[in-house]
Design a binder for this molecule. Structure first.
Ligand code: C2O
Ligand code: CU
Length: 473
């Protein structure tokens, strides 16, 4: 089965959020061909905004890519963006030279150049792809890729939703210098706000001028049509480069089944998702009555209302939708502890252990460090094949850090000194501010090479909070 024709026929459009069921005739020999062309795009999701974006195939986000687990992906990257670029396949275990890490696994594809990414996407689940050179991700070079798991429970309806925001580019350089003036916009009652000292000058925040879901801002976001009695699956990505997103569907509880595309040990029912930068969640809900409800990203930004889409049953498309307050107070939101359960004693340490202290980033600082160093001078993790490795982060800064490892799925085993009863399989995990700790363990059984480990906050990453897992031998 070749899906190139399908993608062209549908215009490569993320505009169509509803996912048709995929054919189950996939065989391991199937190759799915996509072409991803990065090009400048004047992007105006809200009136008066004229953002100098970069887009894959003419849309921000880029096209939704879908493949059945077991198929091979062949993605031809054509770089017409005018600057060096690569594509990183976030959350995939793949040959190192396909990982798209600029200067580590390949040189940046120059403007006017092209590169063929070819691999069998693994593991299955909700993943994403993005530029891994300079500011490409900030300017719009990102999209979702779903590696469908044929063993998954069937949804009656399914929607892929990329939450993203348009940065004010002039605020990026001051944020990198630690002297930015953009305010925090986390919702009332969020741990982000609670963690901050009242007199704190952040300095590293980026300002955002529009808040979008799948390319549009409310009220122009695509409506999600559902039917009474349906069991609906949402696949949600937070593609914001710096901010955690809280996501809530008015009038409904959400049943979370996957984190970063990987199945949770058991489903967790919550009022809202907490989605760190680069994280993904799969969440389900039941449509038990006719109605119209807002699915919203919560924040205290005055433009927060823009990040919303209407979910409605038949005949309710123009009913005023039920909304949630832009606050987290009293809201039962997703945490790793809820998903993993706590209370067991810390297990005896196995394998090699690395202790990484995350620090710096004080007002006026352009350094975000691991053990006092910035990349490439940070301590590396050297592994031999099949080593069991654990990494324990201690966060001395006053912000959470979404720490990400390329090319592996790790298990979150410990948070703030308490072991998780059921470790969580993830590729990105928020490490709590102000002395929080979090541990991962992973088996070094990925293809050999150099795999980046970094904070996915774009400012912190560019300012040095990055290292590598290096396979020796
Ligand atoms: Cu989303 Cu270095 O990656
Ligand atoms: Cu960070």
């Amino acid at each position: 089965m070749r899906r190139t024709g399908f993608l062209q026929a549908s215009g490569g459009a993320m505009i169509v959020a509803a996912l048709p069921p995929l054919s189950k005739r996939a065989a391991a020999s199937d190759v799915v061909d996509y072409t991803l062309a990065a090009e400048p795009l004047r992007y105006s999701p809200v009136p008066g905004l004229n953002f100098p974006g970069l887009a894959f195939n003419g849309t921000i986000p880029g096209p939704l890519l879908r493949i059945v687990h077991g198929q091979r992906l062949r993605a031809k990257f054509v770089n017409k963006s005018g600057q060096g670029s690569t594509i990183h396949w976030h959350g995939m275990i793949l040959p190192n030279k396909m990982d798209g890490a600029d200067g580590v696994t390949q040189p940046a594809v120059p403007a006017g150049g092209s590169f063929l990414y070819e691999f069998a996407p693994d593991p299955p689940g909700t993943r994403w792809y993005h530029d891994h050179v300079s500011n490409g991700l900030l300017r719009g070079l990102f999209g979702m890729i779903i590696v469908e798991d044929p063993r998954d429970e069937r949804a009656d309806a399914e929607f892929a939703l990329v939450f993203h925001d348009v940065p004010k580019l002039s605020t990026v350089a001051p944020a990198m210098m630690g002297v930015g003036k953009a305010p925090m916009v986390d919702p009332l009652g969020s741990p982000e706000l609670v963690q901050m000292a009242p007199d704190d000058k952040m300095g590293d925040e980026v300002a955002f001028t529009a808040h979008c879901i799948n390319g549009a801002a409310y009220p122009n976001t695509k409506r999600l049509a559902v039917k009474v009695g349906q069991h609906v699956r949402l696949r949600i990505l937070n593609a914001n480069p710096t901010q955690t997103r809280y996501v809530r569907l008015a009038g409904h509880r959400l049943i979370v089944t996957h984190s970063d595309g990987n199945p949770l040990p058991q489903p967790v029912e919550v009022d809202a998702l907490r989605v760190g930068v680069a994280e993904r969640y799969d969440a389900w809900f039941e449509v038990s009555a006719p109605g119209a409800w807002l699915l919203q990203g919560l924040s205290s930004d005055s433009l927060a209302y823009e990040q919303a889409a209407v979910v409605h049953t038949e005949g309710m498309e123009s009913a005023p939708p039920l909304a949630s307050p832009q606050s987290l107070e009293g809201v039962d939101y997703f945490t790793y502890q809820k998903a993993g359960g706590t209370g067991s004693l810390l297990p005896a340490q196995q394998g090699a252990r690395y202790d990484f202290t995350l620090d710096d980033g004080k007002y006026g600082s352009s350094r975000w460090t691991i053990n006092g160093k910035t990349y490439p001078n940070t301590p590396k993790i050297d592994v031999h094949r099949n080593d069991l490795v654990s990494v324990r982060f201690l966060n001395k800064t006053d912000m959470d850090h979404p720490m990400h490892l390329h090319g592996h799925v790790f298990q979150v085993t410990e948070i703030d000194g308490v072991a998780l009863a059921r470790p969580l399989s993830k590729d990105t995990s928020l490490v709590r501010a102000n002395g929080g700790t979090l541990s991962w363990s992973f088996r070094a059984d990925s293809p050999p090479g150099r795999w980046l480990l970094h904070c996915h906050n774009a400012i912190h990453m560019m300012d040095g909070m990055m290292t590598e897992v290096v396979y020796r031998q």
